[in-house]
Design a protein around this ligand. Structure first.
Ligand code: ADP
Ligand code: MG
Length: 212
C-alpha cells in the first residue's frame, strides 16, 4: 500500500536527488545533447518543491497531477513534458483512491510509461527514458507476482533501471537531440534514462522509510 504521505515523501526525495545529481545529469547531456538535462529536472522539481506544502491536504490524484502540470509548465526541453505527462497520467490512474494497493502502483507506473511513449513516440531501445523505465516496471510486476513486498519489488526495479542505463551506452540514439549524433552516440550514457533510474531509487527509499 502506498499512502499519500509516502507519495509526498517520494516526490520530495526525487526532487532532492535531482538537485544532488544536477551536474552529473547535465554533464551526461553535454556529451550527447545540449547540456541541460540536470538543469531542467532541477528547475522543474524546485517548482514542485515550492508547491508541495500546499498539496498535503489534496488527494493522491491531485498531488500527482499538480506535479505533472508543474513540470510541463516550468521545464523547457523534452524531459519536462515527458516526465510531466507521466505524472499526470499516473495521477489520473489513482482516481479518488485514498491509498494505492500494489496493483494500483503498477497501474500508475504503466499509465506513466504509456504517457511517455505517447508523448515521445518512442519505443524501448532508442536510448531514452524508456530504457530504464520499462525494465524497472517489468521488475516490479515480476516481484509482486512472486509475492514479494513492494520494498523488495522497488529494490529490484532500481537494479533493473541501472542495468537499463548501462544498456543505453551500447545503443544508437534514434529519438531526441542525441539522435543527431547517430552512431557517435554509442558509448555514451543517456541522461534521461539516468534521471529515471534515480526516480526508482527515490521510490525505493520512500518505501523503505515507511518500513514496508
Ligand atoms: P532536451 O533534449 O530537449 O534538451 P533534456 O536534456 O531535458 O531535453 O532531456 C533529454 C532526455 O530526454 C534524453 O536523454 C532522453 O532520455 C529523453 N528523450 C528525448 N526524446 C525522447 C523521446 N522522444 N521519448 C522519450 N525520451 C526522450
Ligand atoms: Mg538537453
Amino acid at each position: 500500500m502506498a499512502t499519500k504521505a509516502e507519495i509526498l515523501d517520494f516526490i520530495k526525495i526525487f526532487g532532492d536527488k535531482m538537485a544532488e545529481h544536477r551536474q552529473e545529469l547535465t554533464d551526461l547531456d553535454q556529451v550527447i545533447g545540449d547540456g541541460d538535462h540536470g538543469i531542467n529536472m532541477n528547475r522543474g522539481f524546485n517548482a514542485v518543491g515550492e508547491k508541495l506544502p500546499t498539496l498535503a491536504d489534496k488527494s493522491i490524484t491531485e498531488i500527482l497531477k499538480t506535479v505533472g502540470m508543474t513540470l510541463v509548465s516550468t521545464v523547457g526541453g523534452a524531459a519536462g513534458p515527458l516526465y510531466g505527462t507521466a505524472f499526470m497520467r499516473a495521477g489520473e490512474s489513482a482516481k479518488s483512491k485514498e491509498a494505492l494497493s500494489d496493483q494500483d502502483v503498477i497501474l500508475a507506473f504503466d499509465e506513466g510509461v504509456g504517457g511517455i511513449k505517447f508523448r515521445g513516440k518512442a519505443v524501448q531501445g532508442e536510448k531514452t527514458i524508456l530504457d530504464s523505465m520499462i525494465p524497472a516496471i517489468d521488475a516490479i510486476k515480476k516481484s509482486i507476482r512472486e509475492g514479494k513486498p513492494m520494498t523488495v519489488a522497488l529494490d529490484e526495479a532500481e537494479k533493473a533501471a541501472w542495468e537499463g542505463v548501462a544498456y543505453t551506452k551500447t545503443i544508437i540514439a534514434t529519438k531526441g537531440r542525441a539522435s543527431y549524433l547517430g552512431e557517435r552516440s554509442i558509448g555514451h550514457q543517456d541522461p534521461g534514462a539516468t534521471s529515471m533510474a534515480y526516480l526508482f531509487q527515490a521510490a525505493k527509499e520512500a518505501a523503505q522509510k515507511s518500513g514496508k
